[in-house]
Design a binder for this molecule. Sequence first.
Ligand code: ATP
Ligand code: MG
Length: 1043
Amino acid sequence: MADPGLALRRKSRLGSARKRGRPPAPPRHGPAASPLAAKKPGGVCAAETPCSNDSEEDLFGDYDSFYGNDSLLAQIGDAERKYLQDEDMDVKAAKDTILQPGIHQKKQNNIFTSEPDKEDGFQMNENECVDISPEPSESVLDELPSSQLLYFAKMDEFSSGSRMHAGTEKEVKCTGSSSHKIRSPSTLCPDVEHRNRTTDFSSDSKCDVLKTESLKDHLKSAMTGNAKAQTPQVSKTKQLKEAVLIEEISVARKTIESSSVDIGPFYGLPSKVKDLLRHFRGIETLYEWQHDCLTLESLQQRKNLIYSLPTSGGKTLVAEIIILQELLCRQKDVLMILPYVAIVQEKIRALSSFGIELGFLVEEYAGSKGRFPPIKRRIKKSLYIATIEKGHALVNSLIETKRIDDLGLIVVDELHMLGEGSRGATLEITLAKILYTSKNTQIIGMSATLNNVGDLQKFLQAEYYTNNFRPVELKEYIKIRDTIYTVDSKTENGFTFSRLLNFKYSSDLEKVDPDHIIALVTEVIPKYSCLIFCPTKKNCENVASMVCKYLSKEFRVHKEKEKQDLIKNLKSIGNGSICPILKQTIPFGVVYHHSGLTNDERKSIEEAYSAGVLCLIACTATLAAGVNLPARRVILRAPYVASDFLKKNQYKQMVGRAGRAGIDSAGESILIVQEKDRHLVQDLVHSPLENCYSNLLLELTKGMQSLLLSLVGLKIAVTYEEVNNFMHNTLLGVQQQLLPKEKSLLEIIKDGLENLIEKGLLKGRISEKDHNFKCVLTVTPLGKATYKGSVDLAYCNLLYRELKKGLEGLVLESNLHLLYLATPYDMTSNCSPDWMIYLRQFSQLSAAEQKVADIVGVPESFIIKKASGQAIRKKVDSAVVNRLYLSLVLYTLLKETNVWSVSEKFNMSRGYVQNLLSSAASFASCVLHFCEELEEFWVYKALLTELTKQLTYCVKTELIPLMEVAGVLEARAKQLYNAGYKTLAHLANADPETLVKMIEHLSRRQAKQIVSSAKMLLSEKAEALQEEVEELLKMPTDIPGTY
Ligand SMILES: Nc1ncnc2c1ncn2[C@@H]1O[C@H](COP(=O)(O)OP(=O)(O)OP(=O)(O)O)[C@@H](O)[C@H]1O
Ligand SMILES: [Mg+2]
């Protein structure tokens, strides 16, 4: 159980805990001295309620943009190159696949062979077997970029030549391979006869059967046929491997159904999975702990599981293997919840290629993307990758449509987020609903920073696995003056002397760099990489500039050309402008990184750092969690995040970035400490990780009230009694002894339900009398619209009133009025308009647009007086004034589609402007769902559908189809468009090699990911249409007069 002492200490926690690096929010006030206490008991807290779209705004908030799997870029690049050179491996890998069955669990630990000739077993060679794929049709050719056409012409020449020379020989090899298959040991396959029949591919008729097998195959072969350069021929080897794959999946499925012993080729999965891991990730063998975890008895029995390992321990891979087992073997859909939009998009890109190869769909649920309920697929299973908010909405829609049992597994990365603000509350609600409504949905959660695991285990009814494994040892140091100490929690002091920092400082240098940061970084850069975590954004910029001023010229020489390329790239991203600080620091390999940069800028910087072009990033704490940008040395500029003293979890996440697996033999962290903070740092060293507490009460409107409303709305629990039962199974229920004494959980629930009835969201009666304990509650249309639209209960009545008012006189001369309605309420409280800019922008509006200001309640006279500094007597709602100001920013953005010019016009950071845009897109889609539930708002549906689309992309219309592909941002979309890749089909059929040649600053790995994601999206869209067609044509079973 949670330590109440700690719980009480946490009371002083500031709102900024939700977002590291943010200026602190005012302390939470409340009657209770408990970590679970509500901010405002029973009430509605409009102004104080924090942001509603937390994980949607991460791209731009202080949790910036994170990307996985970059640490092994170099290795992957090598592996890919090797892979491309290897002409024979297809057939060999196929043989290996066939010869490997029956491997026992222990052996699977080292199941990957390191022999280069077995490197890949799934992609085809250009010159093998007979080409049976259709040629790209003329119309397709017409539309393809000229580079592709040239490439096709060359490929044709090449493949017809190679066909003549090599065709026969390879064909023999294929047949040989299939004969190996027939020799599969029967120990593994009880139905070996059957398997032999289905996998004997020596006859052409079997190939045909396979070819026409399903829409999936049809689509796949059409696309691979078009992308001739990439997979120019559908070889027999390819067919053979597909057959092996289908077979292995079927065996694995049977195995899972019939016994708990893992006897599949690769943890119950087809051996192709290990080939894919090797190819796409450069992963050769599983770590021992990964093997142990995957073979846990509890996992075999599909029990819920929490596992915890240090940062960089390789937790993701285990989750991914479990996900694949669910999708392929158990044939169930899977939901993967990740904390931030950027990580969702990165995961989509990383897993799309697996989906294409293994035949499942990967669907994005982030920002304004995602369908509710999801399309019901008949054949393929879906992996939904979602932010916390969208994951919750998805689960709601599955419960509502009684499809929750289709969800076989839910995986939550960074499980400690349960304790973080409104996102924590939403995550808790989602998991509690799953636990209550679906006994068959397995829950897996992972984290590097968990303390009160007992509470979480009880809540999730889960087993626990932990291990201290870290592939690269981490050495932690602190620096006080010029002395470096080794962190050692076993000593009373917390640290022991290690060495003195040896660096000659001139008196000038001493003044600008009193903490000797330059000495620390020059010990590692430029040969190795270094991250400096700084307390504020400004500090990041200062540190980057300061370091460069004193670096010698030699630093410029290192990767000079690549750095110039990066500058060019950033300039083109900025439409000709580049941040002056970056322009000055990049030649030294140094940059800053925080939420003031645009997504495109951050992405370019992260990629350049991963590729070794940049060696030093000064960043905010936001680059710490979940991100995979490791460094040889991590420096913490000060033990503060903004003005808050560092928490143990934050510290662990930051230092955890040190040490690149497979590259560094050791990683080290240095925390710079001033003498005055020595004792606080000693406490930090000795303290345990922070506990994870329920946020249902702290985040009242997005927590408790939202939960109660949707419990009734979704008919999960419709009486006071049922709601009570449900609540006892939440994390709050588990931790209820930490509640303030004056109110029990029962009373809190009663107050909450009564409050919802008062607000007109629920109907029914609650009273202590017994007969009302079982009285059925129902949801009102407004209540339903609120939970369906995921609208914060703090704003639902206001939103309703404003939309209603809009019906009386919506100004439709431009989209300004509509934009006002879609501007997120939660961004208004921290916006402070520049009145001169306000006035200038206002005066540029047309008369009709100026009327919008008047309608919503911002008189022109108010803006004029504010701009001229006059006193104002009339009371004007500042939330409305601010909201209109933000609408003006959005209005200008949609007109100019240029974040840079708009941020200049409004004197805001471009990162903030982008954040506003993304939050507005997300909120617009919420308002749309809200309106869909209320008949009187039918007219808004069409308007908001279009507006959401405009806000989601906010680029020239022609770039939208390209930007639908996960992770293709504006700059990349422009490059692709200009190179002739104008549609999704162009991208899905592109040859990655040609892309690399034609598009500047595009690595082979990125090109492949773009093509895979585009293929996945195209296939998903095509399948959705196909399913719609079949649904339409289906004959009803109850036609009168027929049987
Ligand atoms: N068996 C393996 N062999 C080689 N590399 C591996 C293996 N497993 C994982 N990795 C790599 O190690 C790196 C870190 O893995 P991962 O991101 O899963 O760590 P994590 O435990 O989730 O850490 P964090 O808590 O920081 O998120 C990744 O680049 C991943 O590809
Ligand atoms: Mg991780």
